[in-house]
Write a protein that binds this ligand. Structure first.
Ligand code: SF4
Length: 210
């Protein structure tokens, strides 16, 4: 795919999903950080069902930093991997209190030093909280689509992200973070992708092979 085609492709996806946006609910940067940590290996829908009851009672990093681990574990239990996630959320909250005046830091480097925050999570925070996208959060949908279309042959998210960033101008980072996820949920599904309905099938290597 040449650079003209990559732009055409992203524009077609933008037209197909004009309302594509982050589906996690949050009202503060810290709530978003907690929600993204919880969303690992869990659906956004489930996270959105779990967090309102938590944030109704506990809102600040201090609340989580001082909470008994067992209490936090039971609150986030529905999101899975609750022991690890509880440990990371508590440790992250403690660092925010001690080092960042209870604020969420606004650089990739600082975010990625927080427990439970990898490059994907840091990318989401930079985009959704600070409106300053630094890259593309490669989730399962983005990975699958990048491989199928042929813009990356890599399997590791960070390598896929580098391939994506090489071919798309920075002005598309916001859209890239959303339209691939929506395309993966709606048309380019893991099983039985609806290729006959796909607006970008003409750019897709997997489709050409069929
Ligand atoms: S043509 Fe099929 S495999 Fe390719 S991006 Fe579209 S839905 Fe996915």
């Amino acid at each position: 795919m040449n650079s003209k085609q990559t732009i055409e492709m992203i524009e077609k996806l933008k037209q197909t999903y004009p309302d594509a946006k982050c589906s996690l609910n949050f009202t503060t940067p810290f709530e978003m950080l907690v929600a993204v940590i919880l969303s690992a290996q869990c659906t956004d829908e489930r996270v959105n069902k779990t967090t309102p009851a938590i944030f109704a009672q506990y809102t600040k990093p201090e609340d989580f930093a001082n909470m008994e681990l067992t209490v936090l574990e039971s609150l986030i239990h529905p999101c899975g991997f609750y022991k690890n996630k509880a440990k990371n959320i508590k440790a992250t909250a403690q660092i925010l209190v001690e080092k960042y005046h209870s604020q969420v830091p606004n650089t990739m480097e600082e975010l990625m030093k927080l427990p439970g925050v990898g490059r994907k999570t840091a990318n989401v925070i930079m985009l959704e909280v600070f409106s300053n996208p630094q890259g593309v959060a490669v989730d399962t949908h983005c990975k699958r689509i990048a491989n199928r279309i042929g813009i990356s042959k890599q399997k590791e998210p960070e390598k896929i992200e580098q391939d994506i960033l090489k071919i798309f101008p920075k002005k598309y980072y916001y859209d890239l973070n959303h339209v691939f996820i929506w395309h993966g949920r709606n048309i380019c599904t893991a099983r039985n992708p609806k290729c006959e309905k796909c607006p970008i099938c003409m750019y897709c290597q997997e489709y050409q092979k069929k």
